[in-house]
Write a protein that binds this ligand. Structure first.
Ligand code: NAP
Length: 509
């Protein structure tokens, strides 16, 4: 029987929830060595959230030691591929079986609507682990071309201990983007989730052990970036940091890698993505994409379509349609209400930043057409309504800085050249889109936008089969797809010489 989800059902589940807020090291929940903890307010209503272990370098050392021991023992990396695959597939199944609890942990931490947590975040986390589990017994190494007297194997080998540092906006999904390929490749992982969103990571680790992943292969250290993330990124026994977060912290991570052991770094950073609409476009489709592309997850999305670059002749009609789509479809509500499409922002400081960007936008000459204001404050929660600014120019803060709130900035243009110049006039290069019925222009334009992903007449389509990541200051390295495995591996060449050929002779093989 399919469960009918009501607000009362979720309230009840929340009332019975006992989240575990400790580190997960070497297969077990552990408090911080220092005994320190921290708490934060729930975004949905401002009430106290879970108590979490406040990790520091001592806890990071313990987690890295456990990860290193698991890696060196070969208990995971040397397992038969079929065996490893079975464990990862079981892990994916357990994520689905515990979907309601995981969804509730996510919603409790970050304030996103429970139905989105369940139907999007939990689903995609399970798909991610499954995708890389299924890859394990389908990856081959290479034999390089040589003469007949030798053989050169080109092996793809795991790096060792991977540190993963992740943000709070899609915790489960982004954790799975790192864990799936890193663990499938044979590495051990120490994950430092954002201080705001640790609960689902801890549960993921618990489920991994239940699925049969050996202790020490996946560890979680909770805590603050400066106290737990920095020692992880500076650690001499960590071989790589896979980071998703702001460009500002991404730059620090590169510095930590350079200051320590020249560990490898992969960075998925910020964005200010353009959605370009020409006057010949299907305006209904463009309006739907612009509204959902910017407002989904309350705008707390790295690749949100925050800059609407629209041909002046259709700007007014398009904005009217965006307003209609927003009113009709993008219901803002309490995260436990199953009809809510968007929920609360992550925390008070962040909401203040979003509101200050809105004020700055008005001061700089942008005109607010609708929304973009604090609402539902009587709940104690952190809610800002989705809204649109027009009369924005690309040099205003609204167009240059990540707002990470539900605010769309419309910038008009006259010619294709001007549209392209505005689209690319940003330090970021994560994503972009073009809406036009002229397919020559669509392809010309999509090639010319400097971004890791470009959509034509749609927005935010993705599957695990496609790589995701940025150009320019949106970072480097790719999550998702078979290519994501590469960044968690290194090539190792093994030469073998046959017969009695001398060393010098072998040089000319
Ligand atoms: P953030 O402030 O950069 O934090 C990201 C992670 O880094 C958190 O775990 C944070 O810990 C940690 N951290 C902070 N300072 C650190 C330091 N000095 N050393 C090591 N770790 C440190 O980003 P956020 O606010 O969580 O997330 C929003 C940002 O992520 C946006 O810029 C968004 O565009 C980006 N993002 C990018 C993608 C992508 O795929 N390109 C996807 C999602 C989000 P604390 O939580 O304790 O600060």
């Amino acid at each position: 029987m399919t469960q009918e989800y009501t607000r009362a059902y979720w309230e009840n589940l929340l009332a019975g929830l006992k989240p575990k807020g400790r580190h997960f090291i070497d297969g077990a929940h552990r408090p911080s060595a220092s005994g320190a903890t921290f708490m934060r307010a729930r975004p949905m209503d401002g009430r106290p959230g879970a108590e979490l272990a406040r990790g520091d370098s001592g806890d990071v050392d313990a987690a890295v030691a456990a990860a290193r021991a698991a890696f060196e023992s070969g208990i995971w990396r040397k397992k038969e591929p079929l065996e490893k695959k079975k464990i990862m597939l079981k892990w994916a199944d357990l994520i689905r079986q515990h979907g309601e609890e995981l969804a509730m942990l996510e919603t409790l931490d970050v304030g996103k609507p429970i139905m989105a947590s369940l139907n999007v975040d939990v689903r995609l986390a399970a798909e991610g682990i499954q995708y890389y589990g299924e890859l394990i017994d389908k990856l081959y190494d290479e034999i390089a071309p040589t003469g007949p007297n030798a053989r050169a194997l080109v092996r793809k080998v795991p790096l060792g201990v991977v540190g993963a540092i992740t943000p709070w906006n899609y915790p489960l999904i982004i954790d799975a983007w790192k864990l799936g390929p890193a663990i499938a490749a044979g590495n051990s992982v120490v994950l430092k989730p954002a201080e705001q969103s640790s609960l689902s990571a801890i549960k993921l680790a618990e489920l991994a052990i239940e699925a049969g992943l050996p202790a020490g292969v996946f560890n979680v250290v909770t805590g603050y970036g400066e106290e737990a993330g920095k020692p992880l990124a500076l650690h001499m026994d960590v071989d790589m940091i896979a980071f998703t977060g702001s460009t500002e912290v991404g730059k620090l991570i590169m510095g930590y890698a350079a200051q320590s052991n020249v560990k490898r770094v992969a960075l998925e950073l910020g964005g200010k993505s353009p959605l370009v609409v020409f006057e010949d476009a299907d305006l209904d489709a463009a309006a739907s994409a612009a509204a959902w592309g910017c407002f989904y997850n309350s705008g707390e999305t790295c690749h949100a379509s925050t800059r609407l670059i629209v041909q002046r002749s259709v700007q007014e009609a398009l904005i009217e349609k965006i307003q209609a789509v927003t009113r009709r479809e993008i219901t803002l509500g309490h995260p436990l209400d199953p009809s809510a499409q968007i929920g609360a922002l992550i925390e008070e400081n962040h909401m203040k930043k979003v509101l200050s960007m809105i004020t700055a936008g008005e001061k700089e000459g942008g005109r607010r057409v609708f929304g973009a204001e604090r609402v539902m404050d009587e709940t104690g929660g952190l809610y800002v309504s989705p809204g649109v600014f027009v009369d924005v120019t690309n040099d205003m803060k609204l167009a240059r800085q990540e707002i990470f709130g539900p605010v769309l900035a419309a910038i008009p243009f006259e010619t294709e050249g001007e549209a392209l110049r505005i689209a690319n006039d940003t330090v970021y290069g994560l994503a972009g889109a073009v809406f036009t019925r002229d397919m020559d222009r669509a392809h010309r334009f999509s090639e010319a936008i400097h971004a890791g992903t470009v959509w034509i007449n749609t927005y935010d389509m993705s599957t695990f089969a496609t790589p995701f990541g940025g150009f320019k200051q949106s970072g480097f390295g790719r999550d998702r797809s078979v290519h994501a495995i590469d960044k968690y591996c290194d090539y190792k060449t093994i030469w073998q010489q046959f017969g009695s050929a001398s060393f010098l002779k072998s040089k000319s093989i």
